[in-house]
Design a protein around this ligand. Structure first.
Ligand code: 13P
Length: 251
């Protein structure tokens, strides 16, 4: 049995001064939740406040991106050592918005994911097709390419620190959700592709989150599918009550 994992991706929302209040409201709302991992991935500048607010709660802090080098002349970047020093436990890697707007490639996703896992962070590695790719019949090809290149040289042992998020780009922030059957089909493909990389036994242990307009109203039916082990939540993670309602659907 894989433990469900619900993670918020705050994106470029929530100021440092607003962070503690949101984390505390979430922590209060989920204080009795035992069987779901609850994570808030925040802008890097919010991480210290989130870490402080998560202390003594069952909410875990994370970041939204990380660089693969430890230090040096990489203006604007943040290393795994910095995130760990600040107390982050998780980091999102290869979100489609990084791929779309900031030149992220499967190769850089791979560098970031391997650096995060090697440092001891849990990497939430994102994959997902655009609407054009889906309509052109390239779904399988795109997911397999993102998995094989993005997770190159990731080992079975690394799977303890790996979460995969399937986020169809056409479902992100659009209000248009993949149907549970559509999502399950891709989650099964992801697990099969992962099994080819790390072996079936390790692949069975890896949680695969769905992301893209997941809300209290559609979470339960998505999370009921056998290979949907959680959610990566954007808009609905910015309010404690909607985020907690999704977590309630997972437990
Ligand atoms: P929304 O939940 O706002 O669609 O965002 C999903 C997402 O991109 C999470 O990483």
């Amino acid at each position: 049995m894989r433990k469900k994992i619900i993670a918020g991706n705050w994106k470029m929302n929530v100021k440092p001064s607003e962070t503690a209040a949101l984390v505390k409201a979430i922590a209060e709302a989920v204080k009795d939740v035992q069987n779901v991992d609850v994570v808030c991935c925040t802008p890097a500048i919010d991480v210290p406040a989130a870490v402080a607010a998560c202390k003594g709660t069952n909410v875990h802090p994370g970041a939204e991106n990380v660089h693969w080098e430890q230090s040096g002349a990489y203006t604007g970047e943040i290393s795994t050592g910095m995130l760990l020093d600040a107390g982050a436990e998780y980091v999102i890697v290869g979100h489609s918005e990084r791929r779309q707007y900031f030149g992220e490639t499967d190769e850089t996703v791979n560098k970031r994911a391997r650096a995060a896992i090697a440092a001891g962070l849990v990497a939430i590695v994102c994959v997902g097709e655009t609407l054009e790719e889906r309509d052109a019949g390239k779904l399988v090809e795109v997911i397999e390419r993102q998995m094989k290149t993005g997770l190159k040289d990731v080992t079975a042992a690394d799977c303890a620190k790996l979460v995969i998020a399937y986020e169809p780009v056409w479902a992100i922030g659009t209000g248009r959700t993949a149907t549970p059957d559509q999502a399950q089909e891709v989650h099964a493909l992801i697990r099969k592709t992962l099994a080819g990389l790390v072996g079936a036994e390790a692949a069975e242990t890896v949680r695969i989150q769905y992301g893209g307009s997941m809300k209290p109203g559609n979470a339960a039916e998505l999370l009921a599918k056998p290979d949907i082990d959680g959610g990566l939540i954007g808009g609905a993670a910015l309010k404690a009550d909607s985020f907690a309602a999704i977590i309630a659907a997972a437990k």
